[in-house]
Design a protein around this ligand. Structure first.
Ligand SMILES: NC(=O)c1ccc[n+]([C@@H]2O[C@H](COP(=O)([O-])OP(=O)(O)OC[C@H]3O[C@@H](n4cnc5c(N)ncnc54)[C@H](OP(=O)(O)O)[C@@H]3O)[C@@H](O)[C@H]2O)c1
Length: 269
């Protein structure tokens, strides 16, 4: 299988493109000739990226749409703007997301709900919004950014781990439903990657650095692995050999001892 070809009436819609993995997805998909539609809340960073892409390697062009994806009205405005632009997403990268940290008993309720809306609700809303046209065209590709946190519960980031478990389960099921129509649906499950993620989650540099060096993969290589996974129509991609092994160990370990160990070593507990 291959990615849908770039065209004048399609776009690669990339959420969370103002930073980190989303920014890298925009760079790599633009270089493949796709028109990219980049979405996030921080419009200044999106404009900066659009300028860089337009000055460099983006033969298909770039559209910027500012939206808070945790808000259903703003998600609808995003879909309306795509229609006005005359471009249907042939590729959807559901990448926007963040983590809260700390014990659930001390959580900020509004932040928890906003995280679930961004990490889960927006992924579902955008997936079901674009799928019918992809099925009708018998062409399309959707990549949902999950995490190695998808493979086991995560004390200290309970809501985040659960949100990413949802993304993994949802993606695998939808993949099974639409693969017969030639549509690739892939869950990308990175381990630690140096992006704005740790700072947005409130980890100090020292706390973020407790993850052993061998687990870290660069944003470029994570995104490369994700795009290669879509091209190969893989259901699940875990970048990095060590992360692959650890994810499988976590998935099959007895929950009691695993949860105790994760709780003991989580920096926020
Ligand atoms: N970095 C890691 O170690 C790691 C590991 C596993 C999985 N992941 C996942 O990778 C994805 C990308 O994160 P990253 O590592 O690239 O972190 P990042 O640099 O912090 O990027 C997160 C992106 O999500 C956007 N975003 C957050 N909330 C949003 C909202 N309500 N509406 C619209 N956009 C929103 C942010 O843009 P604005 O702030 O401008 O809105 C930003 O562009 C996330 O889903 C994350 O869970 C990351």
């Amino acid at each position: 299988m291959s990615l849908p070809r770039p065209s004048a009436t399609t776009t690669a819609l990339i959420t969370g493109a103002s930073s980190g993995l989303g920014r890298e997805f925009a760079i790599q998909l633009a270089a493949l000739g796709h028109h990219v539609t980049i979405v996030a809340r921080r419009g200044d960073l999106l404009d900066q990226l659009a300028e860089e892409l337009n000055a460099g390697d983006a033969p298909g062009g770039v559209s910027v749409i500012v939206a808070d994806l945790s808000e259903s009205t703003q998600r609808q405005a995003l879909l309306d703007a795509l229609q006005r632009n005359g471009r249907a997403p042939s590729i959807l990268i559901n990448n926007a997301g963040f983590s809260t940290t700390g014990p659930a008993a001390k959580a900020n309720g509004a932040a928890e709900v906003s995280m679930v809306r961004t990490n889960v609700e927006a992924v579902v809303a955008l997936t079901v919004a674009v799928l019918p046209a992809m099925v009708a065209a018998s062409e399309g590709a959707i990549l949902n950014v999950a995490s190695t946190a998808s493979f086991q519960p995560l004390p200290g980031q309970a809501g985040y781990g659960a949100s990413k478990a949802f993304v993994l389960s949802y993606t695998e099921a939808v993949s099974a439903e639409v693969s017969q129509f030639g549509i690739a649906v892939t869950a990308l499950c990175p381990g630690p990657v140096e992006t704005g993620f740790a700072e947005a989650a409130g980890f100090t540099e020292a706390e973020a650095g407790v993850m052993p060096k061998f687990m870290w993969v660069s944003p470029h290589d994570v995104v490369r692995a994700g795009i290669d996974g879509l091209v190969a129509s893989k259901r699940v991609v875990i970048p990095g050999a060590a992360n692959n092994v650890l994810a499988h160990v976590a998935r099959h370990s007895p929950r009691g001892p695993l949860l105790s160990a994760l709780k003991k070593y989580h920096p926020s507990l």
